[in-house]
Design a protein around this ligand. Structure first.
Ligand code: FE2
Length: 222
């Protein structure tokens, strides 16, 4: 059984209500994911499956205590261990819901794996990490580096330029080089500009039921 758009929206709503994530963050990562998927000529059905998987990537954070999740300062080793469990808890939550889409299950579980094997929860490395998770790790990191945070002076285009440099510096260690290259190409051709504009979290978000209506993400900038 696949999770319906309404359920996806409800789960994303819980993350937002608990201050774990914002609707804008979720939408940006969904749209970046769609843009990347278009580069690799995925069919529309697969792109929609990936979109829902991307929207749900941090669903396991629902099960993490707020004292850890929303702690303002750095986490202790024990707290970080608790935080890391959002990957396996999310995977288990989806299984309990009856989700059987491998793309969603894999992305939720493996989006914090690193190319060099130093990620979590399974310490997978290189091509042993499912491709969908290797690509999504790039998207998620880029958004983390470009979204508005109280401590961050740079936002928008300047932050994006530096984030791309950072991703490229992590090629072959933290990130899959092919994924970074594809994402950096998209950025440099201007295909991500309109998505980046969501960085300030003030724009009205579309509806998850209308995902398929977004059609070509890349063509939006033209
Ligand atoms: Fe995560």
């Amino acid at each position: 059984m696949r999770t319906s758009p309404d359920i996806v929206a409800a789960l994303v709503g819980v993350l937002e209500a608990k201050d774990i994530s914002t609707a804008a963050h979720t939408w940006r990562v969904v749209l970046y994911t769609r843009a990347l998927a278009e580069v690799f000529n995925l069919d529309p059905h697969s792109i929609d499956r990936l979109s829902f998987a991307a929207a749900l990537h941090d669903v396991g954070k629902i099960d993490i205590p707020e004292a850890v999740l929303l702690k303002p300062g750095p986490l202790t080793d024990d707290e970080f261990r608790v935080m890391k469990a959002h990957t396996t808890l999310g995977h288990e939550r989806l299984l309990r819901m009856g989700e059987d889409d491998e793309v969603a299950l894999t992305l939720v579980r493996s989006h914090h794996e690193r190319w060099d094997g130093k990620g979590y929860p399974d310490g997978l490395s290189g091509e042993g990490i499912p491709r969908v998770a290797r690509f999504f790790a790039v998207v998620d990191s880029f958004d983390a580096m470009t979204s508005v945070r109280p401590y961050r002076k740079l936002v928008g285009p300047e932050a994006a330029r530096l984030a791309i440099i950072e991703l490229e510096a992590g090629m072959g260690t933290r990130y899959d080089a092919e994924a970074v290259k594809a994402f950096a190409d998209l950025y440099r051709t201007g295909s991500l500009g309109w998505i980046l504009e969501y960085y300030n979290d003030t724009r009205p978000m579309p509806d998850y039921g209308q995902l398929s209506d977004l059609k070509s993400v890349q063509s939006r900038h033209a």
